[in-house]
Ligand binder design. Structure first.
Ligand SMILES: Cc1cc2nc3c(=O)[nH]c(=O)nc-3n(C[C@H](O)[C@H](O)[C@H](O)COP(=O)(O)OP(=O)(O)OC[C@H]3O[C@@H](n4cnc5c(N)ncnc54)[C@H](O)[C@@H]3O)c2cc1C
Length: 275
C-alpha cells in the first residue's frame, strides 16, 4: 500500500486506498483458505528414482516413488527438482495413471542447454532422491462423458496422454479411443512399442504414428495436425492435445477448421520458455 501511495503521488485518493485494501483483503482470504485446505500436504515430496531408461538420443523415462503419498490425476503435471540443479524447478507430466505402489513415470527430453531436462536425462540415476511439487493442471478425463476420444500427442507430449489411456484401461468398455502420436523421426517415437502393445490388448484403442521428417518411416508421414485432419471428421469426439506450443497451435487450428466445438478439447503445451 505504501508503494502504491508513494508512486501515485497526488493522484492517490481515499477511495483508491479503500478499494486497494478491499482487493488485498479478498486475495489474502482466498490464499489463506487455499493454504488451510492444503494443510495435510507437505510443501514438497521427496521421491526416490527407481528406474532410469534412455529411450532415444535425448529422451529418458524415469520412474520414481514419493516417500509420502502424492495424489494426482492422470493428465496432470508435477514440478520436479533434482540435486544436480538445486532450486531449479520444472514441470513434467506424470506419464501413468496413479498406481497402488505410488510410483510415477516421467518422460523427459533433454534440451541441449536446458538445465533441468539435461540433468534428468544425463545425470540422474536409480537411487537418487528428487523433489516433487503439488500436481497441477486440468487436462483430465471427464468420467461422465460417453463420447469417443481422440488423443493427439507430439514427442514427450505423449506423457499425459499415456496416463489418460492407462486410466481408461481400468474402466473403459464403451468409448473408442484413437491416438495420434507424431514426432520428427523414428527415434523420437520413443514409446510406440508400448502403445502398440496396449492397442493389441484393448480392442477400443487404435494408434496412428507419424513422422514429419523421416522419409523412410513406414507409416504416416507429415505434420500430425494434418494427419488428424485426414482421418476425420471428429465432430462428436472429446479431444486431448499435448505437445510443443507449435504442434498444439496447429492441431487446434485443424480442429477449428473441422468445426470441433472448443468445449470438447482439452490441451496442454509443453512450453519450454524459461520462467
Ligand atoms: C505443462 C507443462 C508440461 C510439461 N511436460 C513435459 C514433459 O512431460 N516432458 C518434457 O520433456 N518436458 C515437459 N515440459 C517442459 C519442461 O517443463 C521444461 O520446460 C523443459 O524440460 C526445459 O527445462 P530446462 O530446465 O531443461 O531448460 P531451461 O534451462 O529452462 O532452458 C529452456 C530454454 O532454453 C532454450 N534451449 C535450451 N536448450 C535448447 C535446445 N537444445 N534447443 C532449443 N532451445 C533450447 C530454450 O529457448 C528454452 O526456452 C512441460 C512444460 C509444461 C509447461
Amino acid at each position: 500500500m505504501d508503494a502504491l501511495r508513494a508512486f501515485a503521488g497526488d493522484q492517490w485518493s481515499v477511495e483508491f486506498d479503500q478499494a486497494w485494501r478491499d482487493a488485498y483483503g479478498v486475495i489474502a482470504q482466498k490464499m489463506i483458505a487455499a493454504a488451510d485446505e492444503d494443510a495435510n500436504n507437505p510443501p514438497y515430496w521427496h521421491a526416490e528414482v527407481l528406474y532410469h531408461e534412455r529411450r532415444s538420443r535425448d529422451i529418458a523415462v524415469i520412474t520414481c516413488r514419493p516417500m509420502q503419498p502424492l495424489e494426482y490425476r492422470a493428465g496432470q503435471y508435477i514440478s520436479v527438482e533434482c540435486k544436480y540443479q538445486p532450486r531449479l524447478w520444472r514441470v513434467y507430466s506424470a506419464a501413468n495413471a496413479p498406481r497402488k505402489d505410488g510410483s510415477i513415470d516421467f518422460h523427459v527430453r533433454a534440451l541441449g542447454a536446458g538445465f533441468v531436462s539435461s540433468a534428468l536425462v544425463w545425470r540422474v540415476q536409480p537411487g537418487d532422491m528428487i523433489r516433487l511439487g503439488a500436481p497441477m493442471g486440468a487436462m483430465t478425463l471427464d468420467r461422465r462423458s460417453t463420447r469417443d476420444i481422440v488423443c493427439v500427442a507430439g514427442g514427450t507430449g505423449l506423457a499425459p496422454i499415456k496416463a489418460i489411456i492407462e486410466e481408461l484401461t481400468r474402466a473403459n468398455r464403451t468409448r473408442w479411443v484413437h491416438v495420434f502420436f507424431g514426432a520428427k523421426d523414428r527415434d523420437d517415437l520413443y514409446d510406440l512399442a508400448c502403445l502398440h502393445r496396449l492397442a493389441a490388448r484393448y480392442p477400443w484403442l487404435s494408434v496412428v504414428a507419424a513422422c514429419s521428417d523421416d522419409p523412410e518411416f513406414v507409416g504416416e508421414r507429415g505434420n500430425i495436425a494434418d494427419i488428424v485432419g485426414r482421418y476425420g471428421p471428429w465432430r462428436e469426439h472429446d479431444f486431448f492435445v499435448s505437445g510443443s506450443p507449435g504442434m498444439v497451435r496447429s492441431t487446434l487450428r485443424t480442429l477449428a477448421e473441422m468445426q470441433v466445438p472448443s468445449i470438447r478439447i482439452k490441451y496442454g503445451a509443453c512450453s519450454r520458455t524459461p520462467r
